[in-house]
Ligand binder design. Structure first.
Ligand code: SF4
Ligand code: SF4
Length: 354
């Protein structure tokens, strides 16, 4: 791990600089999932995009403590500059891992980039999380992309062949659409498609999407079933590195918290999103603590793309999140809330080493 001391002090003690950033590269997507939170009719948002010069500048301002960036969207691989943006993060920041959330449709582009980055940066762990909601045409029709299921599976299979520093998984988001078929979906992915790394997500209220309240209980039940199947078949990340082993243990803790919170949201751990450990960058330069809380930290344009300056102006928001015991089921924040919690930190580090 680069800058081990600075990173440990930030995540364990001061908790006031970004450890992980979720970077929305674009709001555009080649799919149209009914559970998507993006408003595809908003023409301004659809054309939002930070210039390469701005992103280069921003990545140079991130400080020695940044550990991970998560590229998402929209579909991040639709961004024609994605490879250059990856290079900026890899050259200008101290990240040890890079995460891509993708629908897996653009197999050739994904594999070409994954191959090159894996060889050029052998010490960085690259994780590709491919979303699949159902099997075969049901998945493709739901997401409204022809043969998307076959393309997503093909991307997964090719990614797992690339190298030791590349890990791929299939993420199933439990929602209205698949709630009654979770076991069938799991069996098809695991037994027939031989997908050996599966992550369970659960749908949440976000943007233009609201959970159907009549289905909430069934969704929670199906999420539990999927989590049980994943854990009992040992289908977490397969790689033998510190990060993968620690992430697997963290996922187990997180699944339990989320199961307990989905129907009855309540405060469990302090949240360190916002001017703490985590933040979200949108394609127009807006920075938010997370994808849930509607309190903007600022826009990077107003800080000459210096993200730590923007961060430093948000101590009030950080206090508000702490004082109000803000809570939700946003997985990305849960990850870092668990990793930085004295209650879990020691055990997670030990699991990573052993
Ligand atoms: S693939 Fe992701 S970004 Fe695209 S429509 Fe579906 S949920 Fe939205
Ligand atoms: S608890 Fe949830 S909504 Fe509140 S700041 Fe953290 S991630 Fe955002």
């Amino acid at each position: 791990m680069k800058n081990f001391l600075q990173k440990s002090l930030n995540i364990g003690v001061s908790k006031n600089k970004p450890v992980s950033l979720i970077h929305f590269l674009t709001n555009q997507c080649n799919a149209r999932c009914p559970h998507c939170f993006i408003d595809f009719d908003d023409e301004t948002a659809q054309s939002d995009k930070l210039s390469l010069e701005s992103i280069n500048k921003m990545t140079k301002s991130m400080g020695p403590q940044l550990m991970n960036v998560n590229f998402t969207g929209g579909e991040p691989f639709l961004d024609t500059d994605i490879e250059t943006i990856c290079e900026y993060y890899l050259k200008n920041t101290s990240i040890d891992s890079m995460f891509f959330s993708t629908n897996g449709a653009m197999t050739s582009k994904i594999i070409k980039i994954a191959n090159r980055l894996s060889k050029a940066y052998p010490k960085v762990i690259f994780t590709y999380s491919i979303s699949i909601d159902h099997i075969g045409d049901k998945h493709s029709d739901y997401r409204r992309v022809k043969k998307l299921y076959e393309k997503a599976i093909d991307s997964y299979r090719k990614l797992i062949e690339i190298g030791k520093n590349v890990q791929a998984n299939v993420t199933v988001t439990v929602c209205d659409f698949n709630v009654d078929d979770i076991e069938e979906i799991f069996n098809e992915l695991y037994i027939n498609e031989k997908v050996h790394s599966i992550t369970a997500n659960v749908v949440r209220n976000e943007g233009v999407y609201l959970i159907n309240k009549d289905k909430a209980s069934a969704i929670n039940h199906a999420y539990k079933k999927l989590v049980d199947l994943i854990l009992s078949n040992d289908l977490q990340y397969k790689n033998d590195n510190f990060l993968a082993k620690m992430m697997n243990e963290k996922e187990k803790v997180m699944y339990n918290y989320l199961l307990d919170n989905f129907l009855n949201p309540h405060y469990v751990l302090p949240c360190h999103a916002g001017a703490g450990l985590l933040g979200v960058i949108y394609p127009n330069g807006d920075v938010y603590p997370c994808e849930v809380l509607d309190k903007k930290m600022g826009n990077l344009n107003d800080f000459d793309f210096n993200i730590l300056e923007l961060w430093a102006k948000n101590q009030e928001l950080r206090n508000w999140i702490k004082d109000t015991k803000c809570h939700c089921t946003y997985e990305c924040a849960w990850s870092y809330n668990i990793l930085s919690s004295p209650k879990h930190m020691g055990k997670l580090a030990l699991k990573g080493i052993l």
